[in-house]
Write a protein that binds this ligand. Structure first.
Ligand code: NAP
Length: 303
């Protein structure tokens, strides 16, 4: 069965090249005929891993093609996922599996609501990748892909294909807890690195602010039934700050490079959840407003 990959960006290319390397059928779904022509002229997708570059002739088609889709990997940004899936929804078969790779929360539920007939599998990835040029991806950080289905716990039979492709993964019956935990870690670190214009490690000088945010994040998580994701949050945030002291956060990098952030699916989602549940989150709301002001001041979208 073919892996259709919607979004030939960093993670989409990382998955597509590893599937192709293992001889598994994969097909990129590109925006339009212009992107398809550009890809065809380039002749393949390049994976740069440990300094070695290999190009794979991954098949590609425009989203407007007609071939039915049984397995879809959605690798767009959270703010593009719903619109991108809507454009190919009519091509999904009744038995389709849809893997959603988006960071944060909110976009997965929106896509799942649009596709009641499909099995939507949420993925939380700790792998790192970036594009060094068009149609070329650098595998920058080994990690793990947690996969799970919020509605049924049975693992799909195709997980062995990920094994075959060397895509590190783990099936979990608590994918929402994983996604909430990653979201909370992100909210405690990333916005502050943008506001203080610093590397992760410099947040050690803002320990009080980080501690207060973790306390509020913990209470929002407990309010929304994700107490497991709240356990030991501050300790893990401190560990991440220390272990990644020299790094710039993904949100810092997005802002520095003038790219749209996924704020609505990260800090925005936490604040919206707190509001819906009448859970007090004054510090998180202030942080969100400060971040929005900063994005606006830089001329970037604030949603
Ligand atoms: P990315 O490099 O920006 O790639 C997104 C791709 O989606 C782009 O190639 C974009 O096309 C394509 N796209 C958007 N709308 C489309 C549409 N309507 N039809 C077809 N293609 C469309 O993003 P990414 O870094 O791979 O991130 C994807 C998700 O994974 C995000 O939620 C991110 O937070 C998460 N994530 C990323 C990493 C990482 O290391 N990169 C790690 C963990 C999680 P264009 O190039 O034409 O704009």
């Amino acid at each position: 069965m073919c892996w259709h990959i919607l979004g030939a960006g960093s993670l989409g290319s990382l998955w597509a090249t590893r599937l192709a390397r293992a001889g598994l059928p994969a097909c990129l779904l590109l925006r339009d005929d212009t992107r398809l022509a550009a890809y065809t002229a380039r002749g393949g997708l390049t994976l740069n891993e440990n300094g070695e570059r290999h190009t794979f002739a991954v098949a590609a088609q425009a989203v407007s093609a007609a071939q039915p889709i049984e397995r879809l990997l959605v690798a767009c940004k959270a703010y593009d996922a719903e619109r991108a899936v809507a454009a190919i929804a009519h091509r999904l078969t009744d038995k389709a599996d849809v893997l959603l790779l988006q960071n944060g929360l909110g976009s997965q539920e929106a896509v799942a609501a649009m596709l009641p007939q499909a099995r939507c599998i949420f993925v939380s990835s700790t792998e790192g990748a970036y594009r060094d040029q068009d149609w070329s991806v650098v595998f920058a950080g080994q990690g793990l892909n947690w996969l799970g289905d919020a509605t049924q716990s049975l693992a799909p039979s195709w997980l062995n294909e990920l094994e075959q492709a060397g895509i590190a993964h783990q099936w979990t019956s608590s994918i929402l807890e994983r996604l909430w935990r990653k979201l909370a870690l992100n909210c405690a670190i990333n916005p502050l690195t943008v506001l203080h214009q610093c590397r992760n490690g410099a947040l050690q000088a803002h320990a009080e602010e980080v501690t207060a945010l973790c306390a509020e994040l913990g209470s929002v998580l407990r309010c929304c039934g994700q107490a497991g994701a709240a356990e030991g949050l501050l300790e893990q945030v401190q560990q991440v700050i220390t272990a990644t002291a020299a790094n710039y956060s993904s949100m810092y990098q997005d802002v520095a490079q003038g790219r749209r952030t996924e704020i609505s699916y990260l800090l925005g989602h936490v604040c919206a959840t707190a509001r819906a549940l009448d859970c007090p989150a004054p510090g998180l709301n202030r942080l969100r407003l400060r971040l929005i002001e900063e994005l606006k001041a830089r001329g970037l979208p604030s949603d």
